[in-house]
Design a protein around this ligand. Structure first.
Ligand code: CMP
Length: 138
């Protein structure tokens, strides 16, 4: 499964009512949704997902933000999924995101940045299995 990536529509975008527009944007960019659900993570779940950032100064704020409301993890499929999706969502900091990207359109700040995208095929597989069992990925 090297043609998959894992995304999360984050609590800011869900709370602002942008979920539908963001899903439309993702489909229009040529991705197929292989799995999707809405969840509200607790601290252990959000901390586990962002474990690689545990030593970063922004870790506690990131976990507080990701547990502040519901979010929507999805497994997406497309050729070259990881790189193409990162181009679709734009830079982590929306101030640096290109015109027309999801973060340029819907994000407020580097923390409340609307959406997550895996940064490698290996992390895409790890992140997809963090939220979904094999039976849930179609
Ligand atoms: P994401 O792609 O989900 O991966 C890690 C997240 O940490 C990132 O998006 C940002 O939302 C968040 N974050 C908060 N502060 C920073 C920062 N200073 N640098 C990078 N990421 C940050």
């Amino acid at each position: 499964m090297s043609n998959i990536t894992l995304t999360i529509i984050k609590p800011d975008a869900v709370g602002n009512g942008f979920s539908g527009k963001i899903i439309d944007h993702i489909l229009a960019a040529g991705f197929k949704i292989k799995a999707m659900k809405m969840i509200h993570m607790n601290e252990r779940e959000a901390g586990g997902f962002y474990d690689v950032h545990r030593e970063r100064p922004f870790f506690n704020d990131l976990v507080a933000f990701m547990t502040s409301g519901p979010c929507i993890p999805m497994v997406l499929e497309k050729d070259n999924a990881v790189a193409d999706f990162r181009a679709t969502i734009g830079a982590t900091n929306p101030k640096e995101a290109a015109e027309g990207t999801v973060r340029k359109l819907y994000a407020q700040s580097i923390e409340a940045n609307a959406i997550h995208g895996s940064d490698s095929d290996e992390n895409a597989r790890r992140e997809a299995s963090y939220f979904f069992s094999e039976l849930e990925i179609f």
